[in-house]
Design a protein around this ligand. Structure first.
Ligand SMILES: Nc1ncnc2c1ncn2[C@@H]1O[C@H](COP(=O)(O)OP(=O)(O)OP(=O)(O)O)[C@@H](O)[C@H]1O
Ligand SMILES: [Mg+2]
Length: 169
């Protein structure tokens, strides 16, 4: 089932059966979304689709100067990366120029944004340890031209014990 099929099926529920170009096969696959179905999953998907549309039509003023957001939480696995890449992509999709700085050796944000981050790729490691300008290591994301990423590689894993970052002479 492709994303297009899913959106068509949800269209039929959100906007009524005339709105989506829904094949019989797709309708059958999504019979759970018939009007009157109030299963938690169906409600959640319909609500998410409504919100997605509202946001895709929304406009917002661009900031007058560069804004910096840090997404941080000491706890692992709570959605820091997911939040970062989605907020960045949403802003960039609306025409803002966005730079995501991946500072996690896992490189999950780099993966999500589709930029190269194999070991040895010029990355945040070179910026922090060798004073390489950030502009030299930033990569344009293949899907959104106004979205850029400074990648993180596995090289960063040992950086916090390397002398120049831990303050040793
Ligand atoms: N809003 C959400 N609803 C459901 N699942 C989510 C949501 N946000 C993130 N997740 C899932 O939670 C998991 C952890 O998310 P993510 O990698 O963004 O967390 P993280 O805080 O960056 O983790 P880490 O500390 O390892 O860097 C992922 O599998 C992600 O798909
Ligand atoms: Mg993360």
């Amino acid at each position: 089932m492709s994303n297009d099929d899913l959106h068509s099926s949800l269209s039929a529920v959100v906007d009524g059966p005339e709105a989506g170009d829904v094949s019989r096969e797709t309708t059958d696959a999504f019979s759970a979304f018939d009007e009157g179905d109030d299963s938690p999953l169906a409600r959640e998907m319909i609500e998410t689709e409504r919100r997605r549309r509202e946001l895709s039509e929304a406009d917002f003023p661009h900031p007058a100067r560069t804004r910096i957001f840090a997404v941080t939480n000491q706890k692992g696995g709570v959605g820091k990366t997911t939040t970062s890449v989605n907020v960045a992509a949403a802003l960039a999709n609306k025409g803002a120029n966005v730079l995501v700085i991946d500072a996690d050796p896992q490189g999950n944000a780099s993966t999500a944004l589709g930029v190269e981050h194999r070991a040895g790729t010029p990355s945040i490691y070179d910026v922090l340890l060798d004073d390489v300008p950030m502009a030299r290591v930033a990569q344009q994301c293949p899907d959104i031209p106004t979205l850029w990423c400074v990648p993180a590689t596995i090289d960063l894993a040992g950086a916090d014990i390397e002398p120049c970052l831990c303050g040793a002479p």
